[in-house]
Ligand binder design. Structure first.
Ligand code: C2E
Ligand code: CA
Ligand code: CA
Ligand code: CA
Length: 278
C-alpha cells in the first residue's frame, strides 16, 4: 500500500509494539498535525464496470509532515486507533470530505459519492448526528457521501451497531463493508446489516486470475452480494486480466491502480471532468 507516497519516510513504525516513548511522540505529533492542518485527503476514483463512468471516490488521509514528508495512513492510523485519537482524525476527515464535496458541487460537478473510512472506535451513537450535521453545514444531499466500515466494527455489540447503521442509512448515506472476507463476521448477520455495497479486499483481487482460491472467493463474494441485493466493488485492481475476470463474474464497480492511484483534489477534479466530458 501507499505506492502513491513513494517519497514518504518510514518515520513512525507500523509496529504496535513500539515503545512508550515512540507512541507518545506519535500522539503528540498527530495532535499537532490536527491543530496545524497537516492532514490532507487524496481521492481514489471508483468506476462502474458497465458504463466506465466514474461514480465515486474513496477519501484517503495523508499526513504532510513539515520534516518527514508525506506519511501514509498505515504509519499513523493503527496507533491513532489504539490511543483513541482516531476519533478526532475521523472528525477531521469527515468534515474535509464534506467541504471538498461542497466545492465540487458548487463547481457544477455531478453528485459522485465520496467514501470516508470510519474506524470501529468512531462507530458510536454520536456518529449519525455528526454525519447529519456535516451534510447540513455543507449543504450536501446524502448522495454525496458514503461511509466505509470494516468487519471489525461489526464484531462488537451487533444490536447496537445495527441501530447506528439504521440511523445513518435513514439519512440516505450509503454504507459499504470494507475488507470483506478478511474478518470474522458471520454470514447470518450479514443479511441484517443495512449495507449498500460489499468491498472485495485487495488481498483477494491480487491473486486473480492465477490463484484458484482467490478467484473462487471473489466469485463467491459477488454471488453473495447479488443474492442479498448489495452492490459489489473490488479494490486493488491492477491488471486488465483482473478487470476482465471481475467483469465476467458480475462485479459492479472497480477501484485500483489500473485506473488511478489516489489523487490530490485538483487532479481528481480534472480526471472526473474528463470522464464525464464536462
Ligand atoms: P483501505 O481502506 O483498504 O484503502 C485502500 C488502500 O489500498 C489505500 O491505501 C489505497 O491507496 C490502496 N490501493 C488502492 N488501489 C490499489 C492498488 O491497485 N494496488 C495497491 N497495492 N494498493 C492500492 P492507503 O491510502 O495507504 O490507506 C491504507 C489504509 O489506511 C486504508 O485501507 C484504511 O484502512 C486506512 N485509512 C486511510 N484513510 C483513512 C481514514 O481517513 N480514516 C481511517 N479510519 N482509516 C483510513
Ligand atoms: Ca476503505
Ligand atoms: Ca479496503
Ligand atoms: Ca484492504
Amino acid at each position: 500500500d501507499g505506492g502513491g507516497d513513494a517519497e514518504s519516510v518510514a518515520f513512525y513504525s507500523q509496529d504496535m509494539n513500539l515503545g512508550m516513548q515512540a507512541r507518545m511522540r506519535l500522539e503528540t505529533g498527530l495532535r499537532h498535525a490536527l491543530a496545524e492542518n497537516q492532514l490532507l485527503l487524496h481521492y481514489q476514483p471508483k468506476y462502474a464496470l458497465g458504463s466506465g463512468r466514474m461514480i465515486g471516490a474513496e477519501a484517503l488521509v495523508r499526513w504532510r509532515h513539515p520534516v518527514h514528508g508525506m506519511i501514509p495512513p498505515a504509519e499513523f492510523i493503527p496507533l491513532a486507533e489504539s490511543t483513541g485519537l482516531v476519533v478526532q482524525v475521523g472528525e477531521w476527515v469527515l468534515e474535509a470530505a464534506c467541504a471538498q464535496a461542497q466545492a465540487w458541487k458548487q463547481a457544477g460537478l455531478p453528485p459522485i459519492r465520496i467514501a470516508v473510512n470510519v474506524s470501529a472506535r468512531e462507530f458510536t451513537s454520536a456518529l449519525p448526528g455528526r454525519v447529519a450535521a456535516m451534510l447540513e453545514r455543507y449543504g450536501l444531499e446524502a448522495a454525496w457521501l458514503e461511509l466505509e466500515i470494516t468487519e471489525s466494527t461489526l464484531m462488537h455489540n451487533i444490536e447496537r451497531v445495527i441501530g447506528i447503521m439504521d440511523r445513518i442509512t435513514a439519512l440516505g448515506v450509503a454504507l459499504s463493508l470494507d475488507d470483506f472476507g478478511t474478518g470474522y463476521s458471520s454470514l447470518s448477520y450479514l443479511k441484517r446489516f443495512p449495507i449498500d455495497t460489499l468491498k472485495i479486499d485487495r488481498s483477494f483481487t491480487t491473486g486473480i486470475p492465477s490463484d484458484a482460491s482467490d478467484c473462487a472467493i471473489a466469485t463467491t463474494i459477488i454471488s453473495i452480494a447479488q443474492q442479498l441485493h448489495h452492490k459489489v466493488i473490488a479494490e486493488g485492481v491492477e491488471t486488465a486480466e483482473q478487470m476482465a475476470f471481475l467483469n465476467s463474474a458480475g462485479c459492479d464497480e472497480v477501484q485500483g491502480y489500473l485506473f488511478s492511484r489516489p489523487l490530490a483534489a485538483e487532479e481528481f477534479e480534472c480526471v472526473l471532468r474528463l470522464n464525464w466530458n464536462l
